[in-house]
Write a protein that binds this ligand. Structure first.
Ligand code: HDE
Length: 693
């Protein structure tokens, strides 16, 4: 039998075609019950007389209400708040040497994907921009079955053994007696867990860094975290770690901004992703792999199975092997994002597991959680979870079974049906687990090689720029500063004194703890420049700029600058004191799509204050306009001001503002070319940390 007989050739559209079967568009349709009966009235329940009691007989009312009463399903215990998008993945060149995974062989094949981004700690309705780890889960609908890469935006994890996961989660979730705080680790039980479980040290450094407050899902990395295996056709295996590298670079918010956004627009990240895709801006991530030969397993000063360790990119280079493009928004968040069931155990031939004890535990947990969340064992039949290739086995029945299995035979082995469905040999695409040799005593212990908790925490600290270090210190002071127990605060300082003495001193100074007497910091001096966001891609593409304007703005200038913005891929938005048309000094009209009341500077990457006497005079009278500029200045964002706009900038941000980095001014109305060029460059830089604010 041909290896892929009976399998549909997968391309970018195959998942979409499959979903088409389930789409329902109410437009132009008559209302019916779920039984298809046309409904004649939908506003009044059936009553015995206009002032009489409602009748049991009202099947329409009962069906509608019963459905409503059951609209909610349990939210995910972790990663409850999420948002997804569709797209495709393409490998750059055949990966035959390393893996036999079909979807990594042919650069012309576009494998459909669905990605769900998430926060970990908060409930489903919590804010997007809280300090937290982000989930980055990808489902590849390959022709060999679904492959799920269920990762995070931080490459290491808090703990080393899955058996501690319930403890970790109980510690970071709101405290059970009063259910506070929401979506935040700034409380006693979390830091108590940290201080008493030292393996958390490395990940805590990441969680306190800017990585935990990304600017957008489009500007963060993704990591498979665990060490997996690639296996090629010849059966040769290599250890592998997966990386997603955002084409737009890795960028973050500042903490004050993140907190404000959580109130001003709690949907900030999902809106950013949704709007980018609606605009037609493709959202791209390159897939990278780090590989270590089996023979080299013990050549490192960390255990490659330990999920609290990364492989420094300078030591084990990241080979970029393909690109994922997200280009289609979901039709319905519940049907897709909410019902998506990811599972690290969903693999294809050529990708295998290792004995990382965290991964091993995850292989159990995900299916188990879906059983309760999605109500039974048939969640693989929900449209978003269905593979694009056919699936056949003897698993029958259960809640919400959609497949109508035919014939009397539902067992293996059989003779009545030719022993079908029959297992496939390896040559026919059957999954055969990598035959790793395993032996050992049954023990509840962790390997000695898992016990160094501080070297890589120090490596991370060493790799940070001075500004990134400042942010980490402030984050610790905020989080630990909210801990009521003095003893826990003291324990945290003692623990991070084992990472770096100076860091511990600085934390101590902010949280009412005596500085440690002795510096017990790790002696590691190694740096990994790849860990610092300072070294990331800088581009103006898809950056948003708030143009503050009123009637009488310099329309020649704004027209030219807008043109330059559009050319650079920047998204400008006119913000005024009221929605609607504003007229420029030459009568040109532009539409204000937001007002100083509907938005805030935290929602934009940059601000531009054009000239125009009347416009600036009107804005000067608005405290909100002054606050807008002052805040953007304080958040180190690019600001452009020209002509009369400069005076507005200076009165909002201070007389020194004009000469500060990332502030571009032009007194000459005619010189828009160099003004736009400088401003666009400043916007691409993301933040101007050396500014005096
Ligand atoms: Fe998860 N995790 N996890 N996790 N995880 C879940 O599965 C679990 C871990 C991750 O968008 C749950 O469907 C255990 C690491 C993501 O739907 C649950 C352990 C990493 C998502 C679960 C871990 C992740 C989840 C909750 C310790 C990064 C969201 C609902 C061994 C590599 C997926 C669900 C989505 C979700 C268990 C640790 C990533 C309970 C037991 C490490 C991105 O099954």
């Amino acid at each position: 039998m041909n290896k892929h007989e009976g399998r549909r050739k997968v391309n970018e559209h195959s998942k979409d075609q499959q979903l088409e079967h389930y789409r329902s568009d109410n437009r132009g349709k008559k209302m019916t019950t779920n039984q298809g009966l046309r409904v004649s009235e939908d506003e009044h329940s059936l009553k015995a007389g206009v002032r009489g009691p409602t009748l049991m007989e009202d099947f329409h009312f009962r069906e509608k209400m019963t459905h409503f009463d059951h609209e909610r399903i349990p939210e995910r215990v972790v990663h409850a708040r999420g948002f997804g998008a569709h797209g495709y993945f393409q490998v750059y060149e055949p990966m035959t040497e390393y893996t036999k995974a079909k979807f990594l062989q042919d650069p012309s094949v576009k494998t459909p994907v669905f990605v769900r981004f998430s926060t970990v700690a908060g409930s489903r309705g919590s804010g997007d921009t809280v300090r937290d780890v982000r989930g980055f889960a990808t489902k590849f609908y390959t022709e060999e079955g679904n492959y799920d890469l269920v990762g995070n935006n931080i490459p290491v994890f808090f703990i080393q053994d899955a058996i501690k996961f319930p403890d970790l989660v109980h510690a970071f979730k709101p405290e059970p007696h009063h259910e506070m705080p929401q979506a935040s680790t700034a409380h006693d039980t979390f830091w108590d867990f940290v201080a008493n479980n030292e393996e958390t040290a490395h990940m805590i450094m990441w969680a306190m860094s800017d990585r935990a407050i990304p600017r957008s899902y489009r500007m963060m990395e993704g990591f498979g975290v665990h060490t997996f295996r690639f296996v090629n056709e010849q059966g040769k295996a290599r250890f592998v770690k997966f990386h997603w590298k955002p084409v737009l670079g890795i960028h973050s918010l500042v903490w004050d901004e993140a907190q404000t956004i959580a109130g001003k627009d709690p949907d900030y990240h999902r809106r950013d992703l949704w709007e980018a895709i609606e605009r037609g801006d493709e959202v791209e991530y390159e897939l990278g792999v780090q590989m270590i030969d089996e023979e080299d397993e013990f050549k490192f000063d960390f255990d490659i199975l330990d999920p609290t360790k990364l492989w420094p990119e300078e030591m084990v280079p990241v080979k970029i092997i393909g690109k994922m493009t997200l280009n289609r928004n979901q039709d319905n968040v519940f049907a897709e994002t909410e019902q998506a069931a990811f599972h690290p155990g969903n693999v294809v031939p050529g990708i295998d597991f290792t004995n990382d004890p965290l991964l091993q535990g995850r292989l159990f947990s995900y299916t188990d959680t879906q059983l309760i969340r999605l109500g039974g064992p048939n969640f693989h039949e929900i449209p978003i979870n269905r593979p694009v290739c056919p699936f056949h086995n003897n698993q029958y029945d259960g809640y919400h079974r959609m497949t109508i299995n035919q014939g009397p035979v539902a067992y293996h082995k059989n003779s009545l049906q030719n022993n079908d469905p029959a297992p496939a040999s390896e040559e026919e695409g059957g999954y055969v687990h990598y035959q790793e040799k395993v032996e050992g005593r049954k023990i509840r212990q962790c390997s000695e090689s898992f016990k160094d908790h501080y070297s890589q925490a120090k490596l991370f600290w060493n790799s940070m720029s001075p500004v990134e270090k400042e942010h980490i210190i402030s984050a610790f002071r905020f989080e630990v500063g909210k801990v009521k127990s003095k003893d826990v605060r003291r324990q945290v300082v003692a623990m991070f004194n084992r990472v770096d003495g100076d860091l511990a001193k600085q934390i101590a100074a902010g949280v009412g703890v005596k500085p440690p007497e002795k510096d017990e910091g790790s002696k590691v001096t190694l740096k990994s420049p790849a860990l610092s966001q300072e070294n990331t891609v800088q581009t103006p593409v898809t950056r948003t700029v708030a143009i503050l304007a009123e009637h009488g703005f310099d329309d020649t200038e704004v027209g030219r600058v807008m043109k330059a913005f559009h050319k650079a891929g920047i998204i400008p938005e006119i913000i005024s004191t009221a929605l609607g048309i504003i007229k420029g000094d030459n009568g040109k009209e532009m539409e204000a799509v937001n007002t100083l009341q509907t938005v805030d500077s935290v929602l934009y990457d940059a601000v531009y204050i054009p000239g125009g006497h009347e416009s600036v005079e009107r804005l000067k009278k608005q405290t909100a306009a002054l606050d807008f500029i002052h805040e953007a200045f304080g958040h180190y964002k690019a600001i452009g001001a020209s002509g009369e706009g400069i005076a507005l900038l200076l009165s909002a941000a201070g007389s020194h503002a004009g000469s500060q980095p990332g502030v571009i001014t032009s007194r000459n109305h005619k010189d828009t070319d160099s003004f736009s060029k400088d401003l666009i460059e400043a916007i691409a830089r993301h933040r101007h940390w050396n500014r005096k604010v």
